[in-house]
Ligand binder design. Structure first.
Ligand SMILES: [Zn+2]
Length: 444
Protein backbone atom coordinates (compact mmCIF):
# COMPACT_ATOMS: atom_id res chain seq x y z
CA UNK A 1 0.00 0.00 0.00
CA UNK A 2 2.85 2.32 0.87
CA UNK A 3 4.19 1.87 -2.66
CA UNK A 4 0.98 3.31 -4.03
CA UNK A 5 1.16 6.25 -1.67
CA UNK A 6 4.71 7.09 -2.75
CA UNK A 7 3.78 6.61 -6.36
CA UNK A 8 0.88 8.98 -5.80
CA UNK A 9 3.26 11.57 -4.34
CA UNK A 10 5.56 11.23 -7.32
CA UNK A 11 2.64 11.71 -9.69
CA UNK A 12 1.42 14.69 -7.67
CA UNK A 13 4.91 16.20 -7.77
CA UNK A 14 5.04 15.71 -11.53
CA UNK A 15 1.71 17.48 -11.92
CA UNK A 16 2.90 20.38 -9.78
CA UNK A 17 6.15 20.62 -11.77
CA UNK A 18 4.18 20.57 -15.02
CA UNK A 19 1.94 23.30 -13.64
CA UNK A 20 5.03 25.33 -12.74
CA UNK A 21 6.03 25.27 -16.36
CA UNK A 22 8.29 22.24 -16.68
CA UNK A 23 7.40 20.38 -19.81
CA UNK A 24 7.64 16.64 -20.01
CA UNK A 25 8.24 15.91 -23.64
CA UNK A 26 9.57 12.42 -23.03
CA UNK A 27 8.15 9.68 -20.91
CA UNK A 28 10.34 8.65 -17.99
CA UNK A 29 12.32 5.48 -18.31
CA UNK A 30 10.34 3.25 -16.06
CA UNK A 31 11.92 1.47 -13.13
CA UNK A 32 9.49 -0.61 -11.16
CA UNK A 33 10.20 -3.49 -8.90
CA UNK A 34 9.16 -4.81 -5.56
CA UNK A 35 11.54 -4.15 -2.70
CA UNK A 36 12.97 -7.36 -1.36
CA UNK A 37 13.07 -6.25 2.26
CA UNK A 38 10.30 -4.16 3.75
CA UNK A 39 11.49 -3.42 7.31
CA UNK A 40 12.60 0.13 7.97
CA UNK A 41 16.34 0.75 8.13
CA UNK A 42 17.92 3.88 9.60
CA UNK A 43 21.47 4.76 8.56
CA UNK A 44 22.72 7.05 11.30
CA UNK A 45 25.57 9.52 11.63
CA UNK A 46 27.04 9.70 8.11
CA UNK A 47 27.75 12.68 5.93
CA UNK A 48 25.24 12.51 3.07
CA UNK A 49 25.87 13.95 -0.38
CA UNK A 50 22.41 13.77 -1.89
CA UNK A 51 23.12 14.03 -5.63
CA UNK A 52 21.52 17.47 -5.97
CA UNK A 53 23.57 20.63 -5.68
CA UNK A 54 22.58 20.98 -2.01
CA UNK A 55 25.30 21.17 0.63
CA UNK A 56 26.17 17.83 2.27
CA UNK A 57 24.23 16.89 5.40
CA UNK A 58 26.48 15.99 8.33
CA UNK A 59 25.44 13.62 11.12
CA UNK A 60 22.50 12.58 8.99
CA UNK A 61 19.66 10.15 9.45
CA UNK A 62 18.77 8.34 6.26
CA UNK A 63 15.60 6.29 6.59
CA UNK A 64 14.80 3.49 4.14
CA UNK A 65 11.39 1.82 3.91
CA UNK A 66 10.22 -0.65 1.29
CA UNK A 67 13.47 -0.14 -0.60
CA UNK A 68 12.99 3.59 -0.98
CA UNK A 69 14.20 6.70 0.80
CA UNK A 70 11.57 7.50 3.42
CA UNK A 71 13.40 10.36 5.13
CA UNK A 72 16.67 12.25 5.04
CA UNK A 73 17.94 15.06 7.23
CA UNK A 74 20.20 16.01 10.12
CA UNK A 75 19.92 14.15 13.43
CA UNK A 76 16.66 14.98 15.17
CA UNK A 77 14.84 15.99 12.01
CA UNK A 78 13.84 12.49 10.90
CA UNK A 79 11.60 10.29 13.01
CA UNK A 80 12.89 6.72 13.24
CA UNK A 81 9.96 4.32 13.56
CA UNK A 82 9.86 1.69 16.32
CA UNK A 83 11.32 -1.58 15.14
CA UNK A 84 13.57 0.00 12.55
CA UNK A 85 17.03 -1.51 12.14
CA UNK A 86 19.54 1.12 13.22
CA UNK A 87 22.97 1.07 11.59
CA UNK A 88 25.76 3.32 12.84
CA UNK A 89 27.35 5.02 9.85
CA UNK A 90 29.42 7.65 11.67
CA UNK A 91 32.63 8.43 9.82
CA UNK A 92 31.13 7.29 6.50
CA UNK A 93 29.99 9.32 3.53
CA UNK A 94 26.83 8.20 1.75
CA UNK A 95 26.07 9.22 -1.82
CA UNK A 96 23.67 7.91 -4.47
CA UNK A 97 24.89 4.86 -6.38
CA UNK A 98 26.84 5.77 -9.50
CA UNK A 99 24.96 5.93 -12.79
CA UNK A 100 26.94 5.19 -15.94
CA UNK A 101 25.13 7.12 -18.66
CA UNK A 102 27.12 5.45 -21.43
CA UNK A 103 28.09 1.83 -20.92
CA UNK A 104 27.67 -1.47 -22.69
CA UNK A 105 26.85 -5.00 -21.59
CA UNK A 106 27.35 -7.04 -24.70
CA UNK A 107 28.63 -10.29 -26.12
CA UNK A 108 32.37 -10.65 -25.91
CA UNK A 109 34.46 -12.99 -28.05
CA UNK A 110 36.81 -13.62 -25.13
CA UNK A 111 34.21 -14.87 -22.72
CA UNK A 112 33.83 -18.54 -21.93
CA UNK A 113 30.37 -18.02 -20.50
CA UNK A 114 26.93 -18.36 -22.08
CA UNK A 115 25.49 -14.95 -22.96
CA UNK A 116 23.15 -14.66 -19.99
CA UNK A 117 25.77 -15.70 -17.45
CA UNK A 118 28.21 -13.28 -19.06
CA UNK A 119 25.80 -10.36 -18.87
CA UNK A 120 24.81 -11.17 -15.28
CA UNK A 121 28.51 -11.28 -14.38
CA UNK A 122 29.02 -7.83 -15.92
CA UNK A 123 26.05 -6.29 -14.13
CA UNK A 124 27.38 -7.79 -10.91
CA UNK A 125 30.83 -6.28 -11.34
CA UNK A 126 29.35 -2.86 -12.04
CA UNK A 127 27.36 -3.13 -8.81
CA UNK A 128 30.36 -4.33 -6.81
CA UNK A 129 32.21 -1.18 -7.85
CA UNK A 130 29.28 1.01 -6.81
CA UNK A 131 27.77 1.52 -10.27
CA UNK A 132 24.14 0.79 -9.46
CA UNK A 133 22.72 1.70 -12.87
CA UNK A 134 24.13 1.34 -16.36
CA UNK A 135 22.52 2.61 -19.54
CA UNK A 136 23.71 0.54 -22.48
CA UNK A 137 24.10 2.71 -25.55
CA UNK A 138 24.31 -0.18 -27.91
CA UNK A 139 24.00 -3.93 -28.05
CA UNK A 140 26.62 -5.64 -30.17
CA UNK A 141 24.40 -8.22 -31.82
CA UNK A 142 21.02 -9.86 -31.61
CA UNK A 143 21.81 -12.25 -28.72
CA UNK A 144 22.76 -9.50 -26.27
CA UNK A 145 20.01 -7.22 -27.55
CA UNK A 146 17.39 -9.90 -26.83
CA UNK A 147 18.93 -10.96 -23.53
CA UNK A 148 19.41 -7.36 -22.43
CA UNK A 149 15.75 -6.53 -22.92
CA UNK A 150 14.85 -9.70 -21.01
CA UNK A 151 17.11 -8.70 -18.11
CA UNK A 152 15.60 -5.20 -18.09
CA UNK A 153 12.08 -6.68 -17.96
CA UNK A 154 13.00 -9.13 -15.20
CA UNK A 155 14.41 -6.24 -13.17
CA UNK A 156 11.12 -4.38 -13.54
CA UNK A 157 9.31 -7.46 -12.32
CA UNK A 158 11.45 -7.62 -9.18
CA UNK A 159 14.67 -9.54 -9.88
CA UNK A 160 17.61 -7.29 -9.29
CA UNK A 161 20.90 -9.13 -8.78
CA UNK A 162 23.29 -6.51 -10.12
CA UNK A 163 23.25 -3.00 -11.51
CA UNK A 164 19.98 -1.70 -12.91
CA UNK A 165 20.08 -2.03 -16.65
CA UNK A 166 18.49 0.05 -19.38
CA UNK A 167 19.25 -0.47 -23.02
CA UNK A 168 19.13 1.10 -26.45
CA UNK A 169 19.34 -2.26 -28.20
CA UNK A 170 21.32 -2.15 -31.41
CA UNK A 171 22.07 1.29 -32.81
CA UNK A 172 19.52 2.88 -35.14
CA UNK A 173 20.52 3.63 -38.71
CA UNK A 174 19.19 3.92 -42.25
CA UNK A 175 20.23 4.60 -45.83
CA UNK A 176 17.15 6.72 -46.41
CA UNK A 177 14.74 8.68 -44.25
CA UNK A 178 12.22 5.86 -44.58
CA UNK A 179 14.82 3.29 -43.47
CA UNK A 180 15.84 5.46 -40.55
CA UNK A 181 12.25 5.80 -39.35
CA UNK A 182 11.71 2.06 -39.77
CA UNK A 183 14.83 1.33 -37.74
CA UNK A 184 13.52 3.44 -34.84
CA UNK A 185 10.04 1.92 -35.17
CA UNK A 186 11.54 -1.57 -34.88
CA UNK A 187 13.55 -0.62 -31.79
CA UNK A 188 10.46 0.91 -30.21
CA UNK A 189 8.49 -2.24 -31.00
CA UNK A 190 11.00 -4.48 -29.23
CA UNK A 191 10.91 -2.11 -26.25
CA UNK A 192 14.22 -0.26 -26.02
CA UNK A 193 14.64 2.55 -23.50
CA UNK A 194 16.60 4.98 -25.68
CA UNK A 195 17.75 5.38 -29.31
CA UNK A 196 21.47 5.64 -30.09
CA UNK A 197 22.93 6.52 -33.46
CA UNK A 198 26.32 7.42 -34.93
CA UNK A 199 27.80 10.31 -36.86
CA UNK A 200 31.44 9.33 -37.17
CA UNK A 201 32.62 12.22 -39.34
CA UNK A 202 33.23 9.89 -42.29
CA UNK A 203 31.83 9.44 -45.80
CA UNK A 204 29.44 6.67 -44.75
CA UNK A 205 27.57 8.81 -42.24
CA UNK A 206 23.84 9.31 -42.49
CA UNK A 207 23.13 12.72 -44.02
CA UNK A 208 21.45 15.37 -41.84
CA UNK A 209 18.02 14.74 -43.44
CA UNK A 210 18.33 11.01 -42.73
CA UNK A 211 19.40 11.31 -39.10
CA UNK A 212 16.92 14.15 -38.78
CA UNK A 213 14.15 11.72 -39.70
CA UNK A 214 15.58 9.18 -37.24
CA UNK A 215 15.50 11.68 -34.38
CA UNK A 216 12.07 12.91 -35.37
CA UNK A 217 10.68 9.38 -35.33
CA UNK A 218 12.18 8.77 -31.89
CA UNK A 219 10.75 12.00 -30.53
CA UNK A 220 7.30 11.17 -31.90
CA UNK A 221 7.49 7.89 -30.00
CA UNK A 222 8.61 9.53 -26.75
CA UNK A 223 12.11 8.03 -26.94
CA UNK A 224 15.28 9.92 -26.06
CA UNK A 225 18.11 10.00 -28.59
CA UNK A 226 21.85 9.82 -27.92
CA UNK A 227 24.48 10.32 -30.58
CA UNK A 228 28.05 9.22 -31.06
CA UNK A 229 30.09 12.14 -32.46
CA UNK A 230 33.72 13.21 -32.70
CA UNK A 231 33.54 16.56 -34.53
CA UNK A 232 32.01 19.85 -33.45
CA UNK A 233 30.10 20.25 -36.72
CA UNK A 234 28.39 16.89 -36.16
CA UNK A 235 27.49 17.72 -32.57
CA UNK A 236 25.81 20.86 -33.86
CA UNK A 237 23.97 18.95 -36.59
CA UNK A 238 22.72 16.40 -34.09
CA UNK A 239 21.52 19.08 -31.69
CA UNK A 240 19.84 20.96 -34.52
CA UNK A 241 17.92 17.80 -35.36
CA UNK A 242 16.63 17.52 -31.78
CA UNK A 243 19.01 14.93 -30.34
CA UNK A 244 18.90 14.87 -26.53
CA UNK A 245 22.32 13.54 -25.53
CA UNK A 246 25.83 13.98 -26.93
CA UNK A 247 27.33 10.63 -25.93
CA UNK A 248 31.05 11.37 -26.42
CA UNK A 249 33.30 14.42 -26.25
CA UNK A 250 33.77 16.92 -29.05
CA UNK A 251 37.39 16.14 -29.91
CA UNK A 252 38.40 18.02 -33.06
CA UNK A 253 38.44 21.63 -31.83
CA UNK A 254 37.28 23.93 -29.04
CA UNK A 255 33.54 24.06 -28.53
CA UNK A 256 32.06 27.49 -29.26
CA UNK A 257 29.29 29.75 -27.99
CA UNK A 258 26.90 28.58 -30.69
CA UNK A 259 27.10 24.98 -29.41
CA UNK A 260 26.96 26.02 -25.75
CA UNK A 261 23.93 28.25 -26.25
CA UNK A 262 22.03 25.58 -28.13
CA UNK A 263 22.88 22.88 -25.57
CA UNK A 264 21.57 25.07 -22.78
CA UNK A 265 18.52 26.27 -24.69
CA UNK A 266 17.51 22.73 -25.68
CA UNK A 267 18.66 21.09 -22.42
CA UNK A 268 21.05 18.70 -24.14
CA UNK A 269 23.17 16.44 -21.92
CA UNK A 270 26.88 15.84 -22.51
CA UNK A 271 28.68 12.59 -21.68
CA UNK A 272 32.48 12.95 -22.05
CA UNK A 273 33.63 9.24 -21.98
CA UNK A 274 37.25 10.28 -21.36
CA UNK A 275 38.30 6.75 -20.42
CA UNK A 276 37.11 5.57 -23.84
CA UNK A 277 39.86 7.66 -25.42
CA UNK A 278 42.35 6.73 -22.70
CA UNK A 279 41.79 3.04 -23.45
CA UNK A 280 42.81 3.52 -27.09
CA UNK A 281 46.46 4.30 -26.27
CA UNK A 282 47.17 3.64 -22.58
CA UNK A 283 48.05 -0.03 -23.18
CA UNK A 284 51.07 0.88 -25.33
CA UNK A 285 52.88 0.18 -22.06
CA UNK A 286 51.71 -1.61 -18.96
CA UNK A 287 49.74 1.04 -17.04
CA UNK A 288 50.41 1.47 -13.35
CA UNK A 289 46.83 0.63 -12.45
CA UNK A 290 47.40 -3.00 -13.45
CA UNK A 291 49.00 -3.23 -9.99
CA UNK A 292 46.27 -1.25 -8.22
CA UNK A 293 44.49 -3.44 -5.65
CA UNK A 294 41.19 -1.66 -6.41
CA UNK A 295 41.56 -2.61 -10.08
CA UNK A 296 42.62 -6.14 -9.20
CA UNK A 297 39.39 -6.69 -7.28
CA UNK A 298 37.94 -7.24 -10.74
CA UNK A 299 40.71 -9.58 -11.83
CA UNK A 300 38.45 -12.63 -12.07
CA UNK A 301 36.36 -10.83 -14.67
CA UNK A 302 39.16 -8.80 -16.25
CA UNK A 303 41.72 -11.67 -16.52
CA UNK A 304 41.40 -12.59 -20.21
CA UNK A 305 41.64 -9.01 -21.44
CA UNK A 306 44.36 -8.27 -18.93
CA UNK A 307 46.49 -11.06 -20.38
CA UNK A 308 45.92 -9.80 -23.92
CA UNK A 309 46.91 -6.26 -22.96
CA UNK A 310 50.02 -7.43 -21.07
CA UNK A 311 51.29 -9.08 -24.25
CA UNK A 312 54.33 -7.08 -25.52
CA UNK A 313 53.20 -7.64 -29.11
CA UNK A 314 49.88 -5.97 -28.38
CA UNK A 315 51.66 -3.06 -26.67
CA UNK A 316 53.96 -2.74 -29.67
CA UNK A 317 51.05 -2.64 -32.08
CA UNK A 318 49.43 0.21 -30.13
CA UNK A 319 52.71 2.17 -30.07
CA UNK A 320 52.93 1.85 -33.85
CA UNK A 321 49.29 2.62 -34.58
CA UNK A 322 48.89 6.15 -35.92
CA UNK A 323 45.20 6.27 -34.98
CA UNK A 324 45.94 5.30 -31.39
CA UNK A 325 48.63 7.99 -31.14
CA UNK A 326 46.30 10.66 -32.56
CA UNK A 327 43.76 9.96 -29.84
CA UNK A 328 46.20 11.41 -27.29
CA UNK A 329 45.64 14.82 -28.89
CA UNK A 330 41.89 14.19 -29.11
CA UNK A 331 41.78 13.35 -25.39
CA UNK A 332 43.54 16.62 -24.49
CA UNK A 333 40.93 18.40 -26.59
CA UNK A 334 38.14 16.47 -24.90
CA UNK A 335 39.38 17.48 -21.45
CA UNK A 336 39.64 21.12 -22.49
CA UNK A 337 36.11 21.05 -23.89
CA UNK A 338 34.74 19.42 -20.77
CA UNK A 339 36.00 22.30 -18.67
CA UNK A 340 34.55 24.90 -21.09
CA UNK A 341 31.13 23.19 -21.19
CA UNK A 342 30.98 22.58 -17.46
CA UNK A 343 31.90 26.19 -16.67
CA UNK A 344 29.23 27.36 -19.12
CA UNK A 345 26.54 25.43 -17.27
CA UNK A 346 25.90 22.58 -19.72
CA UNK A 347 24.55 19.47 -17.99
CA UNK A 348 27.43 16.99 -17.77
CA UNK A 349 26.77 13.30 -17.03
CA UNK A 350 29.35 10.64 -16.25
CA UNK A 351 29.71 7.88 -18.82
CA UNK A 352 32.70 5.69 -19.55
CA UNK A 353 31.81 3.65 -22.66
CA UNK A 354 32.98 0.68 -20.59
CA UNK A 355 32.16 -2.82 -21.79
CA UNK A 356 32.09 -1.90 -25.47
CA UNK A 357 32.24 -5.19 -27.31
CA UNK A 358 35.72 -6.42 -28.24
CA UNK A 359 37.35 -3.09 -27.42
CA UNK A 360 39.85 -4.26 -24.86
CA UNK A 361 40.54 -2.59 -21.59
CA UNK A 362 37.32 -0.67 -20.98
CA UNK A 363 36.86 -2.05 -17.50
CA UNK A 364 33.27 -2.20 -16.30
CA UNK A 365 33.27 -1.02 -12.70
CA UNK A 366 36.84 0.20 -12.37
CA UNK A 367 36.79 2.70 -15.22
CA UNK A 368 33.85 4.68 -13.89
CA UNK A 369 36.12 5.67 -10.99
CA UNK A 370 38.94 6.58 -13.38
CA UNK A 371 36.43 8.56 -15.46
CA UNK A 372 35.49 10.65 -12.42
CA UNK A 373 39.15 11.21 -11.56
CA UNK A 374 39.82 12.41 -15.12
CA UNK A 375 36.81 14.74 -14.97
CA UNK A 376 38.39 16.39 -11.92
CA UNK A 377 41.73 16.52 -13.75
CA UNK A 378 39.91 18.31 -16.57
CA UNK A 379 38.96 21.05 -14.10
CA UNK A 380 35.55 20.14 -12.71
CA UNK A 381 35.12 20.29 -8.94
CA UNK A 382 34.61 17.10 -6.96
CA UNK A 383 31.01 18.15 -6.27
CA UNK A 384 30.34 18.76 -9.96
CA UNK A 385 31.70 15.34 -10.82
CA UNK A 386 29.66 13.58 -8.13
CA UNK A 387 26.57 15.33 -9.49
CA UNK A 388 27.45 14.25 -13.02
CA UNK A 389 27.69 10.65 -11.83
CA UNK A 390 24.36 10.71 -9.96
CA UNK A 391 21.61 13.33 -10.21
CA UNK A 392 22.66 14.73 -13.58
CA UNK A 393 23.01 11.30 -15.19
CA UNK A 394 19.52 10.42 -13.98
CA UNK A 395 18.18 13.74 -15.21
CA UNK A 396 19.49 13.50 -18.77
CA UNK A 397 18.11 9.96 -18.99
CA UNK A 398 14.71 10.96 -17.53
CA UNK A 399 15.21 8.51 -14.68
CA UNK A 400 13.12 10.18 -12.01
CA UNK A 401 13.24 7.40 -9.39
CA UNK A 402 17.01 7.21 -8.92
CA UNK A 403 20.10 9.44 -8.86
CA UNK A 404 19.42 11.46 -5.72
CA UNK A 405 18.82 10.78 -2.04
CA UNK A 406 15.37 12.29 -1.68
CA UNK A 407 12.13 10.90 -0.26
CA UNK A 408 10.39 8.57 -2.69
CA UNK A 409 13.49 7.60 -4.68
CA UNK A 410 14.91 4.10 -4.65
CA UNK A 411 17.56 3.65 -1.97
CA UNK A 412 20.48 3.01 -4.36
CA UNK A 413 23.47 4.03 -2.27
CA UNK A 414 27.23 4.05 -2.30
CA UNK A 415 28.60 4.11 1.25
CA UNK A 416 32.22 5.25 1.47
CA UNK A 417 34.85 5.13 4.21
CA UNK A 418 36.25 8.49 3.09
CA UNK A 419 34.84 11.72 1.70
CA UNK A 420 34.99 12.11 -2.11
CA UNK A 421 34.55 15.88 -1.79
CA UNK A 422 38.07 15.96 -0.33
CA UNK A 423 39.56 13.67 -2.97
CA UNK A 424 37.54 12.16 -5.83
CA UNK A 425 39.60 8.97 -5.50
CA UNK A 426 37.76 8.37 -2.24
CA UNK A 427 34.87 6.96 -4.30
CA UNK A 428 37.10 3.86 -4.30
CA UNK A 429 36.91 3.53 -0.49
CA UNK A 430 33.78 1.43 -0.68
CA UNK A 431 32.13 0.30 2.54
CA UNK A 432 28.96 -1.05 0.97
CA UNK A 433 26.66 -0.77 -2.02
CA UNK A 434 22.88 -0.69 -1.67
CA UNK A 435 20.32 -1.25 -4.40
CA UNK A 436 16.61 -0.73 -3.68
CA UNK A 437 17.40 -0.67 0.04
CA UNK A 438 19.22 -3.99 -0.03
CA UNK A 439 22.81 -4.03 1.14
CA UNK A 440 24.68 -5.89 -1.55
CA UNK A 441 26.54 -9.03 -0.56
CA UNK A 442 29.82 -8.09 -2.23
CA UNK A 443 31.20 -10.76 -4.51
CA UNK A 444 34.68 -9.25 -4.48
ZN1 LIG B 1 29.59 3.30 -26.63
Amino acid sequence: MKGFAIRGLVVAAAIVLAWLGFTYQYSSLEIVEEAQGSAAIALIGARVIDGTDAAPIDDAILLIEDGRIAGIGPAGSVNIPDGATRIDMSGKTIMPGLINAHGHVTVDDNTQLPIRAHMDQRLAIYADYGVTTVISLGSHDEPDEVEGLKIRDEQRAGTLNGARFLTGGRNARGETEIDARASVAHLDDIGVDIIKYHINGGPNDMTPPVYGALVDEARARGLLTAVHIFNLVDAKGAIESGTNIIAHSVRDRDVDDELINEMIRLDVGYVPTLTRDLSVFIYENEPEFFEDPFFLRGEDVYATELALLRDPASQDAIRNDAGAQEIKIALDQAMRNLKILSDAGVTIAMGSDSGSSNDWGRWQGYFEHVEMEMMVEAGMSEMQVLLAATGNAAQIMNLDEIGTIEPGKWADLLVLNADPLIDIRNTREIDSVWIAGNRRAMTR
